[in-house]
Design a protein around this ligand. Sequence first.
Ligand code: DOR
Ligand code: ZN
Length: 427
Amino acid sequence: MTTLALNNVRPYGEDVTNILIDVADGVIDSIGENPFDDADEVMDCGGNVLLPGLVDMHVHLREPGREDTETIATGSDAAAKGGFTAVFTMANTSPVIDQPFLAEAVWAKGQEYGKCDVYPVGSISQGLKGEQLTEIGLMSRSGVRMFSDDGKCVNDPQLMRRAIEYAKAHDVVLAQHAEDHRMTEGSVAHEGEQAARLGLRGWPRVAEESIVARDAIMTRDYGGRYHLCHASTEGTVELLRFAKNQGIDVTAEVTPHHLMLTDEKLDTYDGLFRVNPPLREARDAEALKQALLDGTVDVVATDHAPHGSEDKCVEFENAKPGMLGLETSLAVVHRIFVEPGLADWRFVAKVMSERPAEILRLKDQGRPINVGEPANLVLVDPQSPWTAHGDEMASKASNTPYEGIEFSARVVGTWLRGTQTYDAKKA
Ligand code: DOR
Ligand code: ZN
C-alpha cells in the first residue's frame, strides 16, 4: 500500500489531527492522534484547515469551441488551484452540449487530464435556441445529471413545463438562468441609480424574479428537482423563502461576485464588471448573504466565465458578460463569512462541497472527512495573504473582478482521490 500522511491538519478548522491516505485506493485509511511518520510520503500541514474537496455546480470551461479562452485542461488547473475536485461545466459551448456523445467527450477529457472531475451539463433546448427539447432521457443515460440553457433563460413557459416533466421522469436537475429576455434587451447593468447616472441600459430585478416565481409554481405543480442559477436579488431571496416554506423542491446558488461586489464598481466603466445577471445593490448582496447563512440559498457556485481581453477590455456595452471565479471563490467566501465570524469552516464545507454534491447526488464528493471516505481534500491556510492578479491565474483567461484585491485565505494543496492535483509550493 502506498501511503501519504497529512500530519498536523485541522479538519473543518477544528482540533488538530493526522490523516493517512491510501493513495492506490484513493481513500482515507486512518485518522489518528499520532503523526503517521512512516508513511511513504509525509507532509507536515502546519495546523492548516482541511476541507472536503470543493464542488462547483456552475462553471464555463469553453471547450468545445472557444479553447482560446479556456479548455477542460486549463479550467481543471484553475479548479484544482481553487480547491475544487468536481465542477459542472455548462452547455453553452460551440457546439452546444445537446447530445450524449458531446457530453461523454467532455467527461472523458476531464478524466484523461485527471485534475478534477468535470461533469457535463446538458442543454435543455437543442442548440440553446429555446425551441425543441433535447433528448434529456438519452443524455441522462450517458451520465448527465443536470440540464441547463444557462447563458440563456428557458423563457417559453410551455417548453419549461415539458422540460420539468422530462427532468422529473429521468430524475435529473433542471438549472434555470432566470432572465425574462423581453425585459433585458440591450441591458448591460442593474437597473437603478448607478445605471441611470452612467447612462447604461438597465436590467430590472423583476426580469429575474418573474421567472423565479413562475418556475416555483411550475415546480409545485409538476414536480422535479429545480435549481436556480446565480440568484441575484433581494426579491428572489423572498421568493425562494416562500417556495421552500411551501415545501416546493427548489434549490439555489449564489456567486461569490454577487455576494461581494455591487454596481458601485461600474464607476469606471470597466468591462471586467459586466456579468449576467448584473452586479446589484448593497441590499441585494446583504439579502443573499443572509439567505446563504439561513439555508434559503443552498450553495455557492462560481459561474466561472472566462473571456479573452478582446472581449473584456472594450467599451462596457460591448464587453462580454462573465468573470473568472474558480481561483478566488474560497478566499471570497472566507472574507465574507469566516473572517468576520458570521460562519465557520463547517459552513464553508457545507455550501461549497456537501450541499452541491447532495443536490447533484455525487456519491464520492462532498463526503465527510472520515476513514473509508474518498480522499478528495483541500488544505487551506487561513492566514496567508495574497493578492489576486488576472495574469497569475491558472485559467487561460485573466478577467478576474478582484484584480489587486488582497485576500487572507489561500489554497495550499488539493487532492483528488488521494492524488495531489495542486501544490502551492510548486505553483
Ligand atoms: O455572465 C455570464 N456569463 N452569465 C451567464 O449566464 C453566461 C456566462 C458566459 O457564458 O459567459
Ligand atoms: Zn453561467
